[in-house]
Write a protein that binds this ligand. Structure first.
Ligand code: FAD
Length: 371
């Protein structure tokens, strides 16, 4: 074999896996079609270090998020990556919503997210004097992270441990061979190369289903559906009126977490993301300005100071979900494919939120799979 381990995709998950596996393995290789790491979903998200509140007990999302949050804060401290443990409030304004808060708190505790507490109006006003809420569920240890700092650090850790990262190189064919895989790569300048690898780890994000199919793995449970997430930021000085992540009580029928406020490390406050199903899985990062009305109406319920003209179009990200509208929630797929006849091929599919929070624990999990 030309190399031991090949990772397709240099988003946060591919890079975290490269940094982890290179601790105990030589010959680790990362292929990325873009010229720089982290140009896709990893830089088009809310940058929230989630607590692991909503996911079903025992799911990979729950386990890897709770563990991932803890080790991500440690990693940030060790490597001086900026973060703000600003805390998160899930706010309720009716008796029915208030009851749902208790359910969310119970599930959070079952998942090991221990710091949640229900607080009443007086305590909410002390934390966030400008929002409207009768009751809230408060998670003080939820935070936000400098994603670009994280990407740079993971890339540096991997490179320092001997990982070879090749940018501008798109995997265009995968052939199963004896004891491994033959990979064909097209470079952006029109050149290309081919090599063999024993292990192949598919971290291709929005393209992970294609990569799996390219190798010959045709599992209908791996179908990815694109869901756009649009954001509007707050203008007219209104960003100064919120300093934590503020979420509505999630509606059972919504595919995201409801229109919420996210803050970033520069103090910018964004509303979003919404969840727009994209019929044809097209890579379309355009934002529909007419959605600002729906954002305004949702957020006005708990941000009474909001005026319609405070909303300015901001970023767009696309979630690689394993469910289409109406389907049950699906867990991450992290699977070594020996059972399908593809030993040494590890698929990571449907790596939507909380994939950023969980990137380091996902990397440890993959390390255990192939050790
Ligand atoms: C709107 C939105 C909000 C989110 N908010 C949060 C949040 O607040 N907190 C959180 O924890 N998570 C959040 N997430 C989820 C998080 O962003 C993702 O889980 C994470 O970024 C996925 O990382 P990745 O490395 O799997 O994917 P990506 O970043 O998409 O990386 C995949 C890489 O594979 C490369 N690639 C694809 N095909 C090929 C090929 N053929 N050859 C070579 N390279 C290839 C791509 O170019 C890309 O760079 C959010 C996601 C979205 C969309």
């Amino acid at each position: 074999m030309d190399t031991n381990i090949t990772i397709i995709g240099a988003g946060v998950i591919g890079l975290a896996i490269a940094a982890e596996l290179s601790k105990n393995n030589e010959g680790v290789f990362v292929l990325e079609k873009n010229l720089k790491p982290g140009q896709e979903t990893s830089s088009r998200n809310s940058e929230v270090i989630h607590s692991g509140i909503y996911y079903p007990k025992g799911s990979l999302k729950a386990r890897l998020c709770v563990e991932g949050k803890r080790i991500l804060y440690d990693y940030c401290n060790l490597n001086h990556i900026d973060y703000n443990k600003c805390g998160k409030l899930i706010v309720s304004n009716s008796d029915d919503e208030g009851l749902i808060l208790q359910d969310i708190l119970d599930r959070a505790k079952m998942n090991g997210a221990e710091d949640g507490m229900i607080i009443e109006k007086d305590a909410i006003i002390e934390l966030e004097p400008h929002i409207r809420a009768e009751r809230a569920l408060y998670f003080p240890s939820t935070g936000i992270i400098d994603t670009h700092g994280l990407i740079k650090q993971l890339e540096a850790d991997a490179a320092n441990r001997g990982v070879e990262m090749v940018y501008g190189s798109e995997v265009t064919n995968i052939q199963k061979i004896e004891n491994g895989y033959q990979i064909t790569v097209s470079e952006q300048d029109g050149a290309g190369f081919s090599f063999s690898t024993e292990y192949l780890i598919n971290c291709a994000g929005l393209y992970a289903e294609n990569i799996s199919k390219m190798a010959g793995i045709k599992n209908p449970a791996y179908s990815i559906y694109y869901w756009k997430g649009e954001y509007f930021s707050l203008a007219n000085g209104k960003h100064k009126l919120v300093s934590r992540l503020v979420y509505p009580v999630p509606n059972k029928n919504t595919e995201g977490l409801g229109i919420h406020t996210t803050i970033d490390l520069t103090g910018r406050v964004k509303l979003g993301p919404n969840a727009v199903f994209m019929e044809n899985n097209e890579l379309d990062y355009s934002l529909d300005k007419s959605h600002s009305k729906e954002f305004y109406q949702s957020a006005k319920k708990y941000l009474p100071f909001l005026d319609e003209d405070d909303l300015v179009p901001d970023q767009v990200g696309i979630r690689p979900k394993l469910q289409k509208p109406g389907d049950d929630i699906r867990d991450f797929v992290i699977n070594e494919e020996s059972d399908s006849g593809f030993p040494g091929f590890v698929n990571l599919i449907g790596m939507e939120s909380p994939g950023l929070t969980a990137c380091l624990s996902i990397a440890k999990y993959v390390g255990e799979i192939i050790s």
